[in-house]
Design a protein around this ligand. Structure first.
Ligand code: ATP
Ligand code: PAU
Length: 402
């Protein structure tokens, strides 16, 4: 058997995809054959396959920044990506010295001039919904142990049957929420959305609790009790269930409802309890709207993505219970490990779609061999409440160049 020829090259980062949203900027970049750009500076390797196409081994790396701190993102790209990105050398000896940058999300339009001016980067723009779907399909089809359910404190990874993946409902909870019916690769329709999303949680949370960050708000919510401020069925029914319509005494009858008659000012409530009620209210509402849209189209599977979720048990549990309750167990809420990177991964995967044309550099496909989960462990309960499962994670993969 012929051994593949291995070429060495000095630069590492050849592909960068950005998803610039209302709250966060997400980056996915391909680092050739290195643990990370900081740890490995010895160059990547290209393996030339029998069919003449070259396969670059490497990893997909992830990073995120707050959109309001876009300068940090520009600096990160300048120092860590542009300095390592004179391109991948093609086996025919020609260097493809342009870093090809895909961009999606509203910021791909809003900040295109800024990136050009500050970094000399030109965005190859991709549609946001198209990228969300592309990213979700890419993860579901190629990354093992990507999707899981979370119910009654139990996290269960799902074996995805490629032949039985569609249709499904994709609910992306970012600043706002998009609900997309997915029927196949590139086959989708945005069927609904709501402006009550992650931005609402963070915006109201900042106003009501004076917290400074999302992590702080999550930490507060972790220590709070929503019953202090939410009006429960039992509060209205004198402590009993309203079983005739299926409501237990502990079900929330009215989010924040106790504040009507408690005679308290905002300062009299613990910020922890306010944060908890808010998280519950937003998660419940999204779960219910998602279920109603699934019902409209007879969809049984609902995948939730977006950075609002952040792998948080309480959020996932609330969403799962809402879907389970309203659908009477018919529909299932599912979550994704790389929840916040769907758009950026979809933009990255769109390199593949371009391989049909005659462009100089044609990454054909991204074969994910295995996911390396540095924050290893299946049970999110081992993590501090604000731990982000995506931090420090990489996905091993290879890219074919024609
Ligand atoms: N470190 C963080 N800083 C700010 N918000 C965070 C953070 N981590 C998670 N979030 C939550 O995630 C939301 C943003 O999620 P995401 O990045 O998926 O959306 P986006 O792309 O910014 O928004 P949109 O798609 O609506 O433009 C925030 O509104 C907030 O609720
Ligand atoms: C406007 C977008 C698509 C930007 O990502 C998102 O924030 C969203 O889906 N908002 C909800 C808008 C609505 O459907 O009411």
């Amino acid at each position: 058997m012929d051994h593949p020829q291995v070429f060495r090259f000095s630069t590492q980062i050849s592909h960068l995809a950005l998803d610039i949203g209302g709250t966060l900027i997400k980056l996915v970049y391909f680092s050739a054959n290195g643990d990370s750009i900081e740890e490995s500076r010895d160059g990547g390797s290209i393996v030339v396959g029998n069919n003449g196409c070259s396969v670059v081994q490497g990893r997909l790396c992830f990073a995120k920044f707050e959109t309001r701190k876009i300068d940090d993102c520009l600096e990160f790209i300048r120092l860590n990506i542009l300095h390592h990105s004179s391109g991948v050398q093609h086996p025919n000896g020609t260097a493809c010295d342009k870093l090809s940058v895909k961009a999606t999300g509203g910021g791909a339009f809003k900040f295109a001039d800024l990136f050009k001016e500050k970094l000399g980067i030109h965005f190859d723009k991709e549609d946001e919904m198209h990228c969300l779907v592309g990213g979700a399909n890419f993860l579901l089809k190629t990354v093992p142990r990507e999707a899981f359910t979370y119910l009654d404190g139990q996290k269960k990874f799902l074996q995805i049957d490629h032949k039985d993946l569609y249709p499904y409902l994709l609910v992306n909870i970012g600043s706002g929420v998009s609900m997309i019916k997915v029927d196949g690769d590139g086959k989708y329709e945005r069927i609904s959305g709501t402006s009550l999303g992650g931005g609402t949680f963070l915006g109201l949370g900042k106003l009501l609790t004076k917290c400074q960050s999302f992590d702080e708000l999550l930490e507060l919510s972790h220590h709070g009790n929503n019953r202090v401020i939410d009006m429960l069925v039992g509060d209205i029914y004198g402590g009993t269930d309203y079983s005739k319509i299926g409501l237990s005494s502990t079900a929330i009858a009215s989010s924040f409802g106790k504040a009507i008659s408690d005679g308290k000012e905002l300062e009299d409530y613990q910020p922890e309890d306010v944060a908890r009620s808010l998280l519950r209210m937003i998660s419940n509402n999204i779960g219910q709207i998602a279920y109603l849209n699934a019902l409209r189209f007879g969809l049984k599977r609902i995948f939730f993505g977006g950075f609002f979720i952040r792998g948080l048990e309480y959020t996932m549990d609330t969403i799962s219970v809402a879907v389970h309750f309203w659908s009477r167990g018919e529909a299932k809420a599912m979550f994704l490990r790389h929840e916040g990177f769907l758009g950026a991964l979809g933009a990255f995967a769109s390199y593949k779609e371009q391989s049909q044309d005659n462009s100089e550099m044609k990454p054909q496909h991204h074969t994910v061999q295995r996911a390396i989960l540095n924050c290893s462990g299946d049970n999110v309960r081992h993590f501090p409440v604000t731990a982000n499962l995506n931090d420090g994670e990489t996905i091993e993969c290879s890219i074919s160049l024609v």
